[in-house]
Design a protein around this ligand. Sequence first.
Ligand code: NAD
Length: 278
Amino acid sequence: MTAVPQITLNNGQSIPQLGFGVFQIEPEHTVEAVNTALQTGYRHIDTAEGYGNEKEVGEAVAKSGLNRADVFVTSKLGNDAHRPDDARRAFDASLQALGFDYLDLFLIHWPLPTKYDGDFVSTWRTLEEFYRAGRARSIGVSNFQPHHLRRLHEETEIPPAVNQIEVHPFLTQDEVRGFCAEHGIAIEAWSPIGQGVVLDAPVIGSIAERVGKTPAQVVLRWHIERGDIVFPKSVTPSRIKENFDIFDFELLDGDVAEISALNKNERTGPDPDKFDMV
Ligand code: NAD
């Protein structure tokens, strides 16, 4: 199996372009699922305080026998911890739960523009502290729209290394991706297979048949060829392996365009401008 490509972030750090997401994996299933992923060859795990399984992710990494430095781990700030002092406590708690002394990447999970008087800027400045102290090797945001990113660009010093947003064939996110490309911010595509909803599209099925791969593999490959970072989630060992096995084939330029043309600006998750769950 060919190696997973590395993406170089705007601060020089590198991140494996394919990782493993653990949203909606129950804590009691997390060690086994992450263990299967690490044995398969994944070296990048995406968790969050809000997923309730940081402790088990840390446990799986520790048990794997791999060096901490060989696994890229991301976590995210809880929505209830945007105020600077709360963010400092939350960051310490995430490190403690994981059993790590640094995170590879730490993100503001949601901008929450209708909460905290719309102030995600002081939250970002707090993440800058973690970065300067070397406790977060990279920092970034999630679910930020261009107008949120513009505020960080104008009012803060360190640009986000990544913006983790919902992207899949039904939601190609041309505007946010365009803004991020212009500003050197890498895109992480969450729900890369739209939690399964995109897999029945006939265009994807016929490409899959031609290349001898599954619809999920074709969609993940589409993300890779567009340059985005992805971390599909599954607890099923055969799917964890299937989702990793996407580096021995290529799509034609026409395939990428045809899949992108499925866009209908359809979200499976919340609208970041409205989402306010704390
Ligand atoms: P996903 O697109 O990865 O879909 C996961 C679901 O698709 C699984 O539950 C399974 O039912 C199905 N599936 C997985 N592999 C399959 C295969 N090979 N064939 C058929 N079906 C398959 O969706 P997701 O879990 O929402 O997103 C992936 C990761 O993105 C998460 O685990 C999390 O790390 C991250 N995420 C981040 C945010 C955010 O706000 N930052 C939000 C959602 C998800």
